[in-house]
Write a protein that binds this ligand. Structure first.
Ligand SMILES: [Zn+2]
Ligand SMILES: [Zn+2]
Length: 337
């Protein structure tokens, strides 16, 4: 079959890849829309130390089922579905405690197993979700990134009326914005990229540039107390470090952004204790797909409008372009025609 084969860092091509076999508990689907996310670009750029080449990426995938295994009961040929990419081992500590998103033998579709940038893709039945009638494939392909926002807001227990400060207005920051707004929070988002802030404002957030005035402004807007929830979605060590100053005493900090490997973050130890900061990591998601799909189907979530559709087999230059400038497109979605 045809696939986008990533042979080595910055070497992607349209080429042959072995067609998948359908195990008893698997389904095979034909991708229709597959988003490119920062994670895919890390594999492309050679910035993820765990990437093994050659590789077929793509984990933000909506497609049609073409084949179901003998033991599959919930789906049939022709169903429109999205992929949940995390496959937990079921045995390790986090899996035993209901957190397969932190599995110690983590398997991700689009990294450890071939993903959706291909004619066909095999997925365990447990890792697919039905797309309701009326939800188009491109919008549905945003379910996976939206789950990241849902999980982050669940971790931070974002509640109505709360001041929720989001650091970073990239695709994940926007997903968090949408979910926090839907929960009724006062959402304030910051970024160094002012264009991204323009779009965040269109989605109903208040925006603040990420500069020296950020902390005094946030304090000024919160009776000098700080934010109820700070959600970090940049991965910049400086931004992570700033969360302890920006959060109110006793309130919550959620770290979603991935700091570069082997890069330390220094937290003010005294403030950390004095403010009794609840510092929470947030990784992928657990049981968030039904909520994500329902939010997308309801039309409450507007940010899939950022999608730029690119035909899958013409997308090689898009990877080079995004590698050169990650902000060149808000969000690229590869389309199978
Ligand atoms: Zn992604
Ligand atoms: Zn596990």
């Amino acid at each position: 079959m045809k696939a986008l084969v990533l042979d080595a860092p910055q070497q992607i091509r349209v080429g042959d890849w072995p067609a998948p076999r359908c195990g008893p508990g698997d389904v095979i689907l034909r991708p229709i829309a597959a988003g490119i996310c920062a994670g895919d670009m890390q594999h492309y750029g050679g910035r993820n130390p765990y990437t093994k080449y050659p590789l077929v990426c793509g984990h933000e995938v909506c497609g049609t089922i073409t084949e179901v295994g003998d033991a599959v009961s919930r789906f049939k040929r022709g169903d429109l579905v999205v992929i949940e990419p995390v496959v937990g081992c079921g045995h390790c500590y986090p899996c035993r405690h209901g957190k397969p998103n932190c599995c110690m033998n983590f398997c991700l579709i689009g990294l450890h197993r071939p993903g959706g940038y291909a004619d066909l893709c095999v997925v365990p039945e447990a890792n697919i979700h039905a797309v309701p009638a009326g939800l188009d494939p491109v919008t549905a392909s945003f379910a996976e990134p939206l789950t990241i926002g849902i999980h982050a807001c669940r971790r931070g227990e974002v509640a109505a009326g709360e001041y929720c400060l989001i650091l970073g207005a990239g695709p994940i920051g926007l997903a968090i914005l949408e979910v926090a707004k839907h929960r009724g929070a006062r959402v304030v988002i910051t970024d160094i990229n002012l264009e991204r802030l323009d779009f965040a404002r269109e989605l109903g957030a208040e925006t603040l540039p990420a500069d020296d005035k950020l902390l005094p402004t946030v304090l000024g807007q919160t009776r000098n107390e700080g934010a109820d929830v700070v959600i970090e979605a940049t991965g910049s060590p400086k931004a992570v470090e700033s969360t302890i100053d920006l959060v109110a005493p006793g309130a919550r900090v959620v770290i979603v952004g991935l700091v570069k490997k082997c890069t330390g973050v220094t937290l003010p130890g005294l403030d950390f204790t004095r403010k009794e900061v609840n510092l929470l990591g947030s990784r992928n998601s657990v049981n968030c797909f039904p909520e994500a799909i329902a939010l997308l189907a309801s039309g409450a979530v507007k940010y899939p409008r950022v999608a730029t559709r690119i035909p899958m087999w013409d997308s090689v230059p898009t990877f080079a372009r995004l590698h050169e400038n990650p902000a060149a497109l808000h969000k690229a979605v590869l389309i199978m025609e």
